[in-house]
Design a protein around this ligand. Structure first.
Ligand code: RUQ
Ligand code: CUA
Length: 651
């Protein structure tokens, strides 16, 4: 049982100087005075919350939780009729997922402030969030995949959002009803290249590459000189299917897989892709109709890495690599072996030379293996325990997180010497330097995202707060200046100077004249209630401080009532809400100029109050009304009024 003892040493340990690391001027550095804006936006993954949140830095103030892959009653996301299609998949409606990695769009390798992408780790999907509205605009499912972890990393002009399957599985078009022990023979790993339209951002699965069955963990695009290549860390190259904790930790080295995606494009042009029948969802939110659409797509083009020999190369990497990071110059590729006692740094130039000279060490399942020394630039010796992720400051330094030894280690990329280290509290996972994954980092802060907070915050029962820690990295020494709790478990995060987002054409209102929602009422005169069999459509308006209509009678048991609420306001920051007693979904939160629909099936005869759920004005509490529900046989005529007057003649 020696291995158990060995592995059990790889749980987190607590640094000795906990709590004493903050020095005197820290508070001033993180302080943002009331009424002042933060300098950076920080987009942080919510992990198992399925959402992404936006914080201000350096204050650590939570600005917004952006619902992505999970329903959010606060905003009606996944509850309103308009947003339900966004959470549809080939498995039907999926109200939850696990978001690990935000990735900001780039132009010429620099953050352009247009979109942020996020991955669904469970039911494999990629989402695009529009940073003009801070709303999820599109979600695409990934066929042939299981556990979409090495995702959604982008190329330097956002040509592709790339996603690798974490769990290899039998491809969707073959029989998956096979013994689990037939992993080696039947399980495959697929990498998805999702194209992104330059102007609209529209996503499409351009192609996939079928690779050997291993676990793809993380990835990053080449930049500058290595633009055209993508790098994926692989573990479980043992191809184990059980007790991976032991069985996937056998080999001394796993791999980083280098993928030549420009070559893949050539092969596609030459017709080398195979069209494969699959089923995956594609959901798009349309800002003119304020509604989402959902479709199932049926085909994907797959390239075979075994057949097309110069597409993929394996680089040996010690030992069970997790992070796979590329420095701003594109020359250095850093692998972080979770169980390794060093950090290998690979050279893109050396890799190219090794490939050209066929300096190989045989093949792994049909893929050429480049000799370790032939691709290696050098190793950072004894950096710490359990390296996970590396970010860069663009000044020649790299910052690596160490889960087991709970610290961030700063090292020089050229001479591979450790230059500084600071403790984290505790068990740090990802790191973020604003722009640290682009050609242009903004090296003022470093944020550490921790898995465990133990004694850092007031206790809250068995589940303690998740946390981030902010370090000032503008000087030679890293300095801890702030702890702030996060929503859900933070995995990766990215940050960007606030002006890049603020000046991107932020949407303040939706113009009511441009509202193309089929059930919009663009003025009180258009408000009405229409019965179509047992479906009742309420074309309702909201404006400070009433709904029109606010009294509705003639609803009968067995009816399905659709409240299509249009917010008539044309002022920034004046949403209205809508809730009705007994509704089995959530409320609505409707932005100025927008129409949103709540479906309600009354379950009993009686009187049902409805009200505005957002404190919109001094007379917000007066913004209310009643719906009368009668038995199914009732002869009460359908009527709808405001101020005692029928808002429109009853039809
Ligand atoms: S993970 S803590 Cu990105 Cu899901 Cu490394
Ligand atoms: Cu509208 Cu409160």
């Amino acid at each position: 049982m020696a291995f158990i003892a060995f592995l059990s040493t790889f749980v987190a340990c607590k640094p000795k100087n906990a709590g004493t690391a903050v020095s005197g001027d820290a508070a001033g550095k993180a302080y943002v005075a009331p009424g002042k804006y933060d300098e950076f936006y920080n987009f942080v993954s919510g992990g198992f919350s399925g959402q992404m949140s936006a914080y201000g830095l350096p204050s650590g103030r939570l600005l917004r939780v952006i619902p992505v892959f999970s329903v959010d009653p606060e905003k009606g996301w996944g509850y309103s009729e308009e947003t339900k299609p966004m959470l549809m998949t080939s498995h039907g409606f999926v109200p939850w997922d696990d978001l690990h990695h935000p990735e900001l769009s780039q132009t010429n390798g620099e953050i352009d402030g247009r979109w942020v992408f996020g991955n669904a780790n469970n039911t494999p999907r990629v989402a695009r969030i529009d940073l003009k509205t801070f709303r999820t605009a599109e979600i695409i499912e990934l066929p042939n995949s299981g556990g979409n972890h090495s995702s959604p990393f982008i190329t330097e002009n956002t040509e592709y959002v790339v996603a690798g399957t974490r769990f290899s599985v039998p491809a969707d078009n073959v029989n998956g009803d096979v013994p689990i022990s037939s992993y080696k023979e039947n399980f495959k790993g697929h990498l998805s290249f999702i194209s992104v339209d330059k102007t609209s951002g529209a996503m499409d699965v351009a192609f996939q590459i079928q690779c050997p069955g291993v676990n793809f963990d993380l990835s990053h695009a080449g930049k500058g000189k290595s633009h055209g290549w993508f790098f994926f860390s692989c573990y479980n190259t043992e191809q184990a299917n059980t007790l991976l904790e032991v069985n996937a930790s056998q080999k001394d080295k796993d791999f980083i897989m280098a993928v030549n995606w420009k070559k893949a494009e050539e092969y596609l042009k030459a017709g080398k892709g195979k069209k494969v029948a699959v089923k995956y969802a594609h959901n798009v939110y349309n800002e003119e109709t304020h509604s989402a659409s959902h479709e199932i797509r049926n085909q994907v083009t797959v390239l075979d890495a075994k057949e097309l020999k110069d597409l993929c190369y394996m680089i040996p990497c010690p030992k069970s690599p997790h992070g796979c990071d590329v420095d701003p110059s594109g020359e250095y590729i850093v692998g972080s072996g979770k169980l390794a006692a060093l950090i290998p740094v690979f050279s893109f130039d050396k890799l190219q030379k090794a490939i050209a000279e066929k300096n190989f060490d045989g093949e792994y399942d049909g893929i050429s293996v480049v000799k370790y020394e032939a691709a290696l630039y050098g190793e950072v010796k004894k950096p710490g325990l359990g390296p996970l992720h590396t970010e860069f400051d663009g000044k020649g330094n790299a910052y690596t997180s160490f889960f087991v030894s709970s610290e961030v280690v700063k090292w020089n990329i050229k001479d591979l010497k450790v230059v500084d280290r600071v403790p984290t509290y505790y068990s740090v996972g990802h790191l973020c330097v604003p722009g640290g994954d682009s050609k242009k980092p903004y090296p003022k802060y470093l944020i550490a995202y921790n898995k465990i907070t133990k004694d850092r915050y007031l206790p809250t029962g068995p589940e303690l707060s998740q946390s981030a820690q902010l370090y000032d990295i503008s000087g030679d020494k890293m300095q801890l200046i702030l702890d702030f709790p996060t929503i859900g478990e933070p995995h990766y995060a990215q940050a960007v100077p606030a002006d890049i987002i603020r000046n991107n054409g932020q949407v303040k209102i939706f113009k009511i004249d441009e509202n193309k929602h089929p059930y919009a009422a663009k003025g009180e005169g258009e408000s009405k209630v229409v019965r179509q069999g047992n479906k009742v459509h309420v074309y309702m308006t909201a404006v400070r401080s009433h709904f029109s209509p606010d009294n509705i009678e003639g609803i009968r048991m067995g009816d399905e009532v659709y409240f299509h609420v249009t917010n008539l306001e044309q002022d920034w920051d004046v949403p209205h809400g809508f809730g009705i007693k007994g509704a089995n979904n959530a409320e609505l939160l409707i932005m100025p100029g927008e129409t949103t629909t709540l479906k309600w099936t009354p379950d009993r005869v009686g009187m049902f109050p409805m009200y505005c759920t957002d404190f919109c004005s001094a007379l917000h509490q007066e913004m209310q009304g009643y719906v009368r529900v009668s038995p199914s046989s009732s002869k009460v005529p359908l009527s709808f009024t405001l101020g005692g007057n029928s808002t429109q003649p009853v039809k």
